[in-house]
Write a protein that binds this ligand. Structure first.
Ligand SMILES: [Zn+2]
Length: 104
């Protein structure tokens, strides 16, 4: 397996490639290029969008659990939200540097 700095291997390959050309030709249209097949890898942007969607779903589920339990939380002041987002971004960047250094 070749290491691609801008592509991330999926934990579970998709059952079929999202590219119709790959499916039609029954071989990856990226074969022999630097970009891997979308069946087994996702781009950096795709990973960020997927992580953001997971974070939104996680937040929504957490709020729904709180609402079901009758817990009401006061919204955070905007400055506190900014601080938490900053800490989260720093953690993501640290993880990315670790990934680029070690490849995992
Ligand atoms: Zn493909």
């Amino acid at each position: 397996m070749t290491f691609h700095p801008d592509w991330f291997e999926l934990d579970h390959p998709l059952p079929r490639c999202p590219r119709s050309r790959c499916r039609r030709e029954q071989t990856c249209c990226n074969a022999g290029t630097d970009a891997p097949c979308l069946r087994t890898h996702e781009s950096r942007d795709a990973m960020y969008f997927r992580m953001a969607a997971e974070l939104r779903a996680f937040t929504a589920a957490s709020l729904a659990r709180d609402a079901a339990a009758g817990v009401s939380r006061a919204p955070l002041p905007p400055y506190e939200v900014e601080l938490r987002l900053k800490a989260f971004k720093e953690a993501l960047e640290a993880r990315e540097r670790e990934f680029e250094r070690t490849g995992r």
